[in-house]
Write a protein of this length. Sequence first.
Length: 391
Amino acid sequence: MAQNSRERAERFLVQLIQRPGGDQGHGKRVHFLLWVLKRLSHVYRSVVQLRLLLYRKGVFRHHTLGCQVISVGNLTVGGTGKTPVVEIFARELQKEGRKVAILSRGYKKVEPGFWEKIVDKVFLREGRRPPRVVSDGQKLLLDSAWSGDEPYMLASNLPDVCVLVDKNRVKSGRFAIDKLGCDTLILDDGFQYLALKHRIQIVLVDKRNPFGNENTLPRGILREPIKNIERADFIFITKCDGSGVEELKSRIRELNSKAEIIQCTHCARYLMDVFSREKMELSQLKGMNVVALSGIAVPSGFESELEKNGATILDRRRFTDHHRYTQQEIIDIVNSSKRMNADAIITTEKDAVRFPKLDRHDVPIYFLRVDIEILSGAEDFHDCISRICFR
């Protein structure tokens, strides 16, 4: 009950902050709430800019770990398609002989209990507890509950890459270097992590919704003002569909004239059974009646990919981002799908890692495997890899 109430509140807030910048045309209560959020947004923006200034002036310290550090992040909250980009960078760097570690915060992972935190502070002098090692580059060591969705997914898809989880990326970076022998660190969602000095800054911009209503949190989806994109060395415009890209590129060029701009899209590759791990060709989606199940920030892209490949969506079951499914929820969705005569339930790869095990299910459940395809700027991408490997 508490989780459902929290998720309803999250949905309401998401809908609210995605309203256009002008506050006209709303009811009085909504208008007042938007006014409050706008004022809070000004406060948030000021705090963000002050923090950045304090790092630039040396009041707050940038840590240097003596190895290559690449940050992959974004200006906005929500799904820009960051995980596949982190994966392609890690894969390419590993091919070039780098010993790669991905450092993640592990959003919505299981946190230590109250007494555990007290013990840390009193006996371990907070910060001494080692980071969680999801993968040591040889085997998976944690499940998705303890690591978080994205770190677990990355560790599963990159068996030769180390994946560590900790809020303190300086600590997890040192651990990766000293204990696991890594020489290249990728900060997953690292654009706002200023405590660790970055060699290369990569920023992702979602072509479908680049900057929302252009307000910072909590009135908009921006984590920091748009102008801060000037810190980026490479900018990936994700989810490109061929229209409106030049206008967005011109806008970005006004804000950052030095960064290389790379256009890419997310391409569905195949389907895989969530439980048996059997592959199914994407072409088999054509003509299927399916239930689309997702708990991600922007489900519309996933759903349109199913329709683009010929599936008919009978029902769109949307949960909040990072929702951890219960066994009963999956059973209910399976039963509902069976009553609709659905051929299959299709979910995302990120959702699949949060599924509880089912002994039996009458409707097959697949996840859609998605990769990045570079449409423009492939030379710039390889130049980025070269800069990391050979400088």
